[in-house]
Design a protein around this ligand. Structure first.
Ligand SMILES: NC(=O)c1ccc[n+]([C@@H]2O[C@H](COP(=O)([O-])OP(=O)(O)OC[C@H]3O[C@@H](n4cnc5c(N)ncnc54)[C@H](OP(=O)(O)O)[C@@H]3O)[C@@H](O)[C@H]2O)c1
Length: 264
């Protein structure tokens, strides 16, 4: 299968690091004009340079904007009025006992993890539908279907994204636009490295810590290791490709087999 995004524009929100950066790199490698986004110009510049080192022909645009605000969404729209692919990747997580999460924290998680992507879909989907092609991908999480005790607010926002993607897919029925969600499991990013190191401070190496983390906290994992950001990126790129035209309204797992349901 030759996945080719030549002539297409892909926007990946929150792409200065982690899964977003790996996804932006994968789109650039596949020939897309790739829009990188984050809040900080310097981090964006460093991310673009990192991609260009590995993909010298990369066609990159960087837009500094906080996509969790209406102003940030507008800044993006002014800089990039139309996209063929929208990957709503920006998201935050935190470990807090559920009875200690106050109203403002619940709202913050909803604003950042859910509303930001809904707003961008509202902004870009009508153009996609008018042009007869488009792909919207929401980066959810395995926690969408297996709520973690220490991250109930996070899990709830990721569950919400499954419904958002399914609903938007219905709104785009018959237009050539697909909307899906992707459910990664624990992925080796800087944030997860900090989280695991704090949970398992006595391990001799990080490799030992991550294996212990999987054994203790994700015992059903078939992969038995952290997922690589590029493994998530590749599923997102496939889901966004012309070849994935019959996949819409779906929740696609890339969680190393942790979730043991026979259907997603
Ligand atoms: N890592 C995992 O194990 C894992 C597992 C399942 C699902 N996920 C999901 O995957 C997505 C990416 O996770 P990650 O771990 O790769 O994240 P990360 O490493 O923490 O990176 C987050 C990205 O989002 C950007 N960002 C944060 N707030 C932003 C804002 N207000 N506006 C624009 N950009 C913003 C950051 O850029 P700046 O700081 O430069 O602005 C950064 O590029 C999230 O939705 C997360 O919930 C992650």
């Amino acid at each position: 299968m030759q996945i080719d995004f030549t002539g297409r524009t892909a926007l990946v929100t929150g792409s200065t690091m982690g899964i977003g950066l790996a996804t932006a790199e994968a789109f650039a490698r596949a020939g897309a004009r790739t829009v990188l986004n984050g809040r900080d110009e310097q981090r964006l510049k460093a991310a673009a340079e990192a991609i260009r080192e590995r993909v010298p022909a990369a066609d990159l645009v960087t837009v500094a904007a906080d996509v969790t605000t209406p102003e940030g969404a507008r800044t993006l729209l002014e800089a990039v009025p139309a996209v063929d692919v929208l990957v709503n990747n920006t998201g935050i997580f935190a470990s807090t006992p559920v009875l200690e999460i106050d109203d403002s924290e619940w709202r913050r998680f909803f604003d950042v993890n859910v509303l930001s992507g809904v707003r961008l879909a509202r902004q870009y989907m009508p153009g996609m539908m008018a042009r007869g092609f488009g792909r919207v991908v929401f980066v959810s999480s395995e926690t969408a279907v297996d709520t973690p005790l220490d991250m109930v607010h996070y899990g709830v926002t990721k569950t919400a994204l499954l419904a958002v993607a399914a609903g938007l897919a219905k709104a785009a029925a018959g237009t050539g636009v697909t909307v899906n969600s992707v459910l990664p499991g624990p992925t080796h990013t800087e944030g997860i490295e900090e989280y695991i190191t704090a949970l398992i401070p006595d391990a001799a190496t990080f490799d030992q810590a991550q294996r212990q983390f999987i054994a203790e906290y994700r015992p059903t994992s078939l992969l038995q290791r952290l997922i690589r950001p590029s493994e998530v990126a590749d599923l997102i790129v496939f889901t966004s490709s012309a070849q994935a035209s019959a996949t819409t309204g779906a929740a696609l797992k890339v969680e190393g087999g942790t979730l043991r349901s026979l259907v997603p």
